[in-house]
Design a protein around this ligand. Structure first.
Ligand SMILES: [Zn+2]
Length: 313
């Protein structure tokens, strides 16, 4: 009898402990979906920022051939995915520079028919998407904790960004604050191990095909670069959810993020190019000059590099 009681007590304690772990504050509520593109993210279909991207997007049919693709200029960053001819690109300058698809590299996973390995993962402009994966062993070497509020207090992995991006983020948050817009970080860096664990969890739950529709395959989440962060208002409302689009925070970010080197990485109307639904909360650091140029031209990172649309058949 007393054994049973002890067992029950243990079970109860265990249950409570587990519940306690889940106690992740308002921020975390959105976080899981955000992080993981949680399937459970309820109403917000896109909720899985991290890469809830839809895979069923229709082909962009040429849209990425971007007539308005920027003409090469040396700022035109590293053709990070072009292994050999990086140097060549720089010298040829102009057209040659960006006219080539960014990734004619090697086969990355073998699973995705068109998966390539990002050749310069440390580049500030590295193009990481469903067709361009980070190398298996890549971990940014300069991760720091940006001095900005997050929706959670803990000093954990997802609070980190690469140094340059972190400093830019601090300026962005300060500027927003001056304009009466209080922002908070939701989720920034995510290690390969974390992404892998998440993805595998979803594969177990829903099968790989379905998991891929809402969670990024390890190596293809931009959060693994340490240059991306999901942002919300300081109240955490609509964090990483569709309804964030209608907030003043989203409006402010759309207008001012480029001034600090960030782009709205998955804009509305470009789903067929980025491979992701509109995610007004997902910021990607690319540097001020390029961010401003992209914003002025209304183009995505894929278009900037004349890369193949992600959803191309
Ligand atoms: Zn994100």
């Amino acid at each position: 009898m007393s054994k049973m009681t002890t067992m029950s007590a243990l079970l109860l304690a265990l249950t409570l402990a587990i519940a306690g772990c889940g106690n992740e504050a308002p921020g975390e509520i959105a976080s899981p979906p955000a992080e993981s593109g949680g399937p459970s993210s309820g109403a917000a279909s896109s909720a899985g920022d991290p890469h809830s991207g839809r895979s069923d997007a229709t082909p962009a049919s040429g849209s990425a051939a971007a007539p308005n693709a920027p003409t090469g200029r040396d700022a035109a960053p590293d053709k990070q995915n072009e292994p050999a001819d990086d140097g060549a690109n720089k010298t040829t300058g102009k057209t040659a520079d960006k006219s080539q698809p960014v990734n004619q590299g090697n086969d990355a996973s073998g699973k995705d028919k068109e998966m390539q390995v990002v050749a310069k993962p440390e580049s500030i402009t590295a193009l990481v998407n469903k067709q361009n994966a980070l190398p298996d062993n890549y971990k940014p070497s300069d991760l720091v904790y940006p001095d900005v509020p997050f929706l959670f207090k803990e000093k954990i992995e997802k609070r980190m960004l690469r140094k340059e991006a972190a400093e830019a983020l601090e300026k962005l948050f300060a500027a927003a604050k001056e304009d009466g817009v209080a922002l908070a970080g939701v989720s920034a860096y995510r290690s390969r191990a974390t992404q892998k664990a998440l993805f595998e969890r979803y594969v177990k739950k829903d099968g790989e095909a379905k998991a891929r529709t809402y969670s990024a395959v390890p190596g293809t989440s931009e959060h693994e670069t340490g240059l991306a962060i999901d942002v919300s208002g300081s109240d955490g409302k609509c964090a990483a959810s569709d309804c964030f689009a209608d907030t003043k925070e989203a409006e402010w970010l759309a207008e001012h993020a480029p001034e600090y080197g960030f782009i709205i990485r998955y804009p509305k109307g470009k789903e067929n190019i980025t491979g992701y639904q509109y995610e007004p909360w997902h910021l990607r650091y690319v540097g001020v000059e390029i961010a401003k140029e992209m914003a002025a031209k209304g183009i995505t990172l894929e278009e900037y590099f004349d890369a193949v649309p992600v959803s191309q058949p």
